[in-house]
Design a protein around this ligand. Structure first.
Ligand SMILES: Cc1cc2nc3c(=O)[nH]c(=O)nc-3n(C[C@H](O)[C@H](O)[C@H](O)COP(=O)(O)O)c2cc1C
Length: 188
């Protein structure tokens, strides 16, 4: 019997009402329906200091970074929701990834990765999405192509957290199918 691919999901915003967390939740549900096994992280549970070389030298790897590295290593794929600050990736997401790259072995190497984004703006944080795709490519991930972003995300969800406009789900499902299929190639 084929094993379900294990996919680690997290959002670059830890805000309680984060639109990216909401979009990630919808996407995670689609991944599960497509046969993927998802571990959904809340980065509030993995607080890290801002990366500083002197701190690393004095204290080594923070325990939460070690936990995140182990989690990345034990999954075949990543699903990341990337909010946008001033046309860029958020400090939280960049800092989290930076710490994880300080492992002895790059945990990102060979992972399948998909990126989504959401924003109240008309561009849906797509500039940040593309940056994260490029960053993950540089780290050795196999990035699922396509740009699944949610513009006007502040109006996109109903009270239960579902997308009000079913058309918005079409791109999500296409990307998710590719993510699960690609990640499945790496399962035993
Ligand atoms: C410092 C800052 C800069 C922002 N810059 C952008 C931007 O460049 N593009 C954009 O679409 N939204 C921008 N926003 C608005 C965010 O998209 C919005 O706050 C969004 O809700 C953040 O994601 P979250 O809901 O997942 O926390 C910015 C917000 C902050 C706080």
């Amino acid at each position: 019997m084929a094993t379900s691919p294990r996919i680690l999901a997290f959002s670059g915003s830890a805000r309680k009402e984060s639109l990216n967390r909401k979009f990630l939740a919808v996407t995670v549900q689609a991944v599960r329906e497509a046969g993927g096994e998802v571990t959904l992280l809340d980065l509030n549970d993995y607080v890290l200091p801002l990366y500083h070389g002197d701190l690393e030298e004095a204290e080594g790897m923070p325990a939460n970074a070690t936990k995140l590295i182990e989690l990345i290593t034990s999954h075949q794929a990543l699903l990341i929701a990337s909010p946008e600050y001033n046309s860029m990736i958020t400090p939280l997401l960049k800092n989290t990834i930076d710490w994880c790259t300080r492992a002895d072995d790059n945990p990102f190497e060979g992972k399948v990765a998909a990126v989504i984004s959401a924003s109240p703006g008309a561009l849906g944080a797509v500039r940040s999405l593309v940056m994260v795709q490029n960053l993950l490519l540089k780290l050795g991930c196999h990035v699922v192509p396509g740009q699944v972003f949610l513009p006007h995300a502040n109006q996109a969800f109903d009270e239960a957290g579902a997308l009000k406009e079913p058309r918005s789900l079409k791109g999500v499902k296409t990307m998710v199918a590719a993510l699960v299929a690609e990640a499945g190639r790496f399962t035993g």
